[in-house]
Design a protein around this ligand. Structure first.
Ligand code: ADP
Ligand code: MG
Length: 363
């Protein structure tokens, strides 16, 4: 097992990169603790696979160093790093049986027959592959093949870390849910460092203790799912996490109020103080979950126009316009009916201020 240090890593696929836009990874400087369950979350093309391949040794970064437990492994090939990697698509030996596919990483490392048997059966059990152990891998469905790939990743307990690169892409939705749960269980049992790459926030938030959000070749925030939800450090995290994403309203301050086209929204003292001390374009952020919509005026509410109501089963999404700004609120399924006019209330404790896209926080 290992603590992984990414020491000032940058990577370009070009031989002579000129400016920042030539870098797939701009600057990553980070330490990931031993035994953590990490998710690397970000949109397609933001550099997740590049970073994972640098950790596994498939890629040598253009700049910086990778350390495992303080030891420089930057130039070591994957087989010398003691890491297991599971890719997006199945990687296995079609002509071998499922058993032999699972046993392969252990045989390779010289484990004895008894240990191999024991471990392969355990992993097969976890992944529901016990009945297929004697079948040739070629004869199985795409789902089952990817489960074998996962199994090959999980079978060694002596690895420093297991890296997963969007491993559930080819798995059908129902099984996805189940396998994600299994992976979490396995992590709790083995306490190995798991790094799980995904572009799917639900996958990241349900799997990981720590979610690393990437955007355009950089890490924008590392936090627990709750931290990312409640205090997104950057507007991108606000948008990307949550369904729908955070609302943002350009504003100016007037005393303790955030003014939005002449409409004042009351802030608590601390938030107002942060805003007064900030520089740059100010925006008020609030999660749809915390924005209240009332059919009648209530204390501290502001008038808005209801544009649409979407029924999502257990909740509804109301889209409203507040002096020309579009906002979304997520409301529990209730009896209230809304006409075109509604009143919005912004609970002070859930209002966040952003200046030039960054969350204002106390130092
Ligand atoms: P992600 O896994 O988040 O989708 P990648 O790490 O695959 O992102 O890609 C990051 C950036 O690097 C993208 O702009 C992609 O086009 C580029 N890239 C990835 N692999 C290569 C490669 N082998 N050669 C050149 N450019 C690449
Ligand atoms: Mg990728």
């Amino acid at each position: 097992m290992a603590k992984i240090t990414l020491d000032n890593i940058a990577h370009s696929y070009l031989s002579t990169p000129k400016d920042e836009s030539d870098y797939a990874l701009r600057l990553i400087d980070n330490i990931w603790d031993d035994g953590g369950a990490y998710a690397l979350l970000g949109p397609s093309g933001c550099g997740k696979t590049t970073l994972l391949n640098i950790i596994s040794g498939l890629l040598v970064p253009s700049k910086g160093r990778v350390l495992f437990d303080g030891k420089d492994v930057t130039n070591l090939p994957p087989e010398k790093r003691n890491i297991a990697q599971v890719f997006q698509f199945p990687v296995l030996y079609d002509t071998m049986t499922v058993f032999n596919n699972l046993a392969f990483p252990l045989k390779n490392r010289g484990f004895n027959k008894e240990d191999i048997n024991k471990r392969v059966l355990e992993v097969a059990q976890i992944l529901d592959l016990t009945d297929s152990l004697n079948k040739k891998a070629a004869r199985l469905s795409a789902d089952a093949k990817q489960k074998i790939s996962l199994g090959r990743g999980l079978v060694r307990e002596d690895v420093a870390a297991i890296l997963f690169d969007e491993p559930l892409t080819v798995i059908d939705p129902h099984l996805k849910w189940q396998l994600r749960g299994k992976l979490k269980e396995v992590h709790e049992q083995l306490k190995l460092t798991f790094i799980y790459v995904t572009h799917d926030q639900v996958e990241a938030l349900t799997f990981a203790d720590q979610v690393i959000v990437m955007y355009e070749g950089a890490i924008v925030q590392i936090g627990t799912p709750q931290e990312l939800f409640e205090n997104p450090s950057h507007k991108f995290v606000g948008y990307f996490i949550g369904s729908p994403g955070m609302n943002f309203l350009p504003c100016k301050l007037n005393g303790n109020k955030a003014m939005i086209n002449g409409i004042g929204i009351e802030l608590d003292d601390k938030t107002a103080d942060l805003g007064h001390k900030s520089h740059g374009n100010l925006e008020l952020g609030i999660r749809p979950l915390y924005l209240e919509v009332h059919p009648q005026e209530v204390e501290n509410s502001v008038p808005a126009l209801v544009k649409s109501i979407e029924d999502q089963g257990t909740y509804k999404i109301i889209t409203a316009s507040l002096s020309g700004n579009i906002l979304r609120a997520r409301l529990p399924e209730g009896k209230e009916t809304f006409s075109e006019n509604a009143w919005l209330r912004f609970p002070k404790s859930w209002i966040r201020l952003f200046a030039n896209d960054k969350l204002l926080t106390r130092p």
